[in-house]
Design a binder for this molecule. Structure first.
Ligand code: PAF
Length: 280
């Protein structure tokens, strides 16, 4: 069966209601398009865990803090739809900006400090834009489960807070980062990388793996300095932070947290890349 592609909120709500009346559970994968294997792994998880999978494709202007970043963001609707068709996604929702935001009711949201560091600090207003679009999409799709990649770990934790804050009956499921064999985390932005910049791009996952493999033997500060030093030789480093996985606050020694992750953002050949890994 062909995957249906719609752009109207009313039409989407009608399809969802028809699913509900048949007792089907809804799985939702929100995306900004330029789909890769990482997105398709979210579709696969949704199909395994729910009865009807909706994927949205919407490049959300509110979450870009630089106009040129929004302009350069890859757009490939036709190719995306054929990938979703091959993945047997049930429905694609590709709305216009007006369709998404026309009925939006303004709201206040408490990030509970989760936006203070990393992307929240370096991309001012970014998470505010993410929270606005995801809340709106959740209201329209009303899924039982929504699937997010752990590559955007800070986003995943903030969406969990969104659901808690507004008491939404949605299970937010985090799915593992999909990587190339060489370790590069899949990202829609990778298509903007020049081949000559790939070795430098690999420094991100190398630095994270260095920390993961040595944390039991080295003190945090020394290990972090070594990783930063390596990254600075090959990339324009924005941050390397080791943080508590729950609060997302940086830690200074390993004993400061029960669960920790390392996060990195760096520019390579003019392309901004992020990655993170669980340390313990
Ligand atoms: O992760 C993304 O692609 C976006 O931030 C999301 C969740 C689709 C919201 O626009």
């Amino acid at each position: 069966m062909r995957t249906k592609v719609i752009s109207s909120t009313i039409q989407l709500e009608q399809i969802i209601s028809a699913c509900r009346s048949k007792g089907l559970t809804i799985g939702f994968v929100p995306t900004m398009g330029a789909l890769h294997e990482g997105h398709l792994s979210l579709i696969k998880s949704s199909k395994e865990q729910t009865d009807f999978t909706v994927c949205s494709i919407f490049v959300n202007p509110k979450q870009f803090n630089k106009a040129e970043d929004l302009d350069h963001y890859p757009r490939s609707l036709k190719m995306d739809v054929s990938k979703l068709e091959a993945a047997k996604c049930d429905l694609v929702f590709a709305p216009t900006e007006n369709e998404i935001y026309q009925d939006e009711v303004p709201f206040e949201f408490d990030f509970a400090g989760l936006d203070q560091y990393m992307e929240g600090k370096f991309r001012s207003g970014h998470f505010n834009g993410v929270v606005h679009v995801v809340k709106r999409l959740f209201e329209i799709v009303r899924p039982e489960k929504a699937f997010f990649g752990l590559k955007d770990y800070q986003q995943f934790v903030i969406i969990q807070q969104l659901v808690r804050f507004f008491n939404l009956p949605i299970d937010v499921v985090g799915c593992p980062t999909v990587r190339e064999k060489n370790g590069l985390a899949l990202s829609s932005r990778n298509s903007q990388l020049d081949t000559k910049d790939i070795p430098a791009a690999l420094e991100l996952s190398k630095a994270l793996n260095l920390i993961k493999s040595r944390f039991q033997k080295s003190n945090l500060d020394a290990l972090k300095k070594q990783a930063i030093n390596q990254l600075e030789q090959h990339t324009k480093l924005e941050y390397l932070i080791i943080a508590n996985s729950r609060t997302l606050s940086p830690i200074e020694k390993w004993s400061d947290a029960q669960h920790a992750r390392a996060f990195v953002a760096a520019e390579v050949g003019g392309v901004r890349l992020i990655d993170n890994v669980e340390i313990f």
